[in-house]
Design a protein around this ligand. Structure first.
Ligand code: HSE
Length: 427
């Protein structure tokens, strides 16, 4: 006899719609793959009367999410509300009531993951979160299982679709505001787009990826963050002429000294595979001691790809039922590892200054860079009206601390009007 598993869904927004659509549309395939009849027992919504993109029996809609997490008929709860309140309490209640939980909530996992995993362990169930990072790309399962034998040294990702969409559109000559408005209209921007453009969303996702890749206890505060607001079309234009494209990269590296975690706009050589990841697409580049380099690519946001990631977790749970092989998420030991302060890590830099075009100003800038142990790779100057000039330079790899100090000193030079941009270069 076919076993049926009852699923309760919290939230019927963009991802919820993808989940429900998939569970309905591919029901027969899911049944063949798992041998289980997945039934949607209830969906918690804010407004029962609202029109929905997928039709469901109105009787399964409820405005009481706490009713779902306590409902004894329900085996698996899918949390798609986002944010901390009331998602955290609902997930806790679901686990305490012996339910397996699937969530797409990166903020919840990044901030409270360890406490929730340990609660799940105590409750004899499990918490899955594949959809929390990179939408349709199965990066979490790949790191936990596929790449697990390796010592991972680098995780570098384009893991925010909205900023990638904006930067790609700016690369095509569109304005920042136009591109952001379109990303919002297409439904991949966060409710508050500041989380996207300031790199907060990418920082949550990097914290999650790094904790798995490096088996380390990572806090969101460990991630250095620079968003894309500072990226001016002028920098994108300069980058292009120098053979680069600008991407918001989230990068985690592990060395013998510790772990470094940074999210920042980066000039990437146009020939690198990550440079060709455009629009809402995401990609995660991994370097491991046995696999070497690998890259996963796919849609990082949106209703259907993210919905598919959620349902993949549901299947994973269902596969483990009755086989005593669950707790895949719980077997990871999160170690305390030294987090390297940003200033002690290295990077190559692109900097753009506005200057008064006076004799000796260039020499004074290069002198200050040299005094701070920074070597210049290339330098370019463009004359501006009213005896001013724009200076763009790219450094060799240097300690971030040295660049901080050099910029401070350069800004103080009387003929330097402003440092308009300081971006990092290369992987
Ligand atoms: N706002 C996110 C993005 C959605 O743009 O990637 C998926 O997490």
């Amino acid at each position: 006899m076919t076993r049926s598993v009852q699923v309760g869904v919290l939230g019927f927004g963009s991802v919820g719609t993808g989940v429900i659509k998939l569970l309905k549309q591919n029901h027969a395939q899911l049944l063949r793959r798992s041998g289980v009849d997945l039934k949607i027992a209830a969906i918690a919504v804010r407004n029962k009367r609202k029109d929905r993109a997928v039709r469901v029996n109105p009787k399964i809609l409820t405005e009481d999410p706490f009713g779902i997490v306590k409902d004894p008929r329900i085996d698996i709860v899918i949390e798609l509300l986002g944010g901390i309140h009331p998602a955290k309490r609902l997930v806790e209640e679901a686990l305490k009531n012996g339910k397996y939980v699937v969530t797409a909530n990166k903020e919840l996992i990044a901030k409270h993951g360890y406490a929730l995993f340990s609660l799940a362990r105590r409750c004899g169930v499990d918490l899955y979160y594949e959809a929390s990072v990179a939408g349709g790309i199965p990066i979490i399962r790949t790191l936990k299982v596929g790449f697990a034998p390796n010592r991972i040294t680098d995780v570098v990702g384009i893991i925010n679709g909205t900023t990638n969409f904006i930067l790609s559109a700016m690369d095509q000559g569109r304005s920042y505001a136009e591109a952001l408005a379109e990303a919002q209209a297409r439904g991949f921007a966060e409710a508050d787009p500041r989380d996207d453009v300031d790199g907060v969303d990418a920082a949550y996702k990097l914290a999650i990826l790094a904790s798995i890749a490096f088996q380390a206890k990572v806090r969101v505060e460990d991630v250095y963050r620079q968003g894309i607001r500072q990226v001016d079309p002028i920098d994108i234009e300069f980058a292009r002429t120098l053979g680069y494209t600008v991407k918001l990269l989230a990068r985690g590296s592990q060395t013998a000294q510790g772990i470094s975690l940074k999210v920042h706009p980066t000039l990437i050589e146009r020939t690198h595979p990550l440079a060709n990841v455009s629009g809402v697409f995401n990609a995660v580049f991994i370097r491991g001691d046995f696999i070497g380099d690998a890259m996963l690519y796919g849609q990082g946001a949106g209703s259907e790809p993210t919905g598919a990631a959620v349902v993949s977790d549901v299947l994973d749970i269902v596969y483990s039922f009755g086989q005593n092989v669950t707790r895949r998420n719980l077997v990871t030991e999160y170690r305390h590892v030294r987090m390297l302060p940003r200033a002690t890590t290295t990077a190559q830099f692109y900097a753009r200054f506005e200057l008064r075009d006076r004799p000796g100003v260039l020499a004074r800038i290069t002198h200050l860079l040299g005094r701070h142990h920074i070597s210049v790779e290339s330098i370019e100057q463009k004359l501006l009206p009213r005896q001013r000039a724009m200076l763009v330079l790219i450094t060799h790899r240097t300690l971030e601390r040295h660049m901080d100090q050099a910029l401070l000193a350069i800004r103080r030079l009387p003929d330097v009007q402003a440092c308009r941009a300081c971006l990092r270069v290369g992987l």
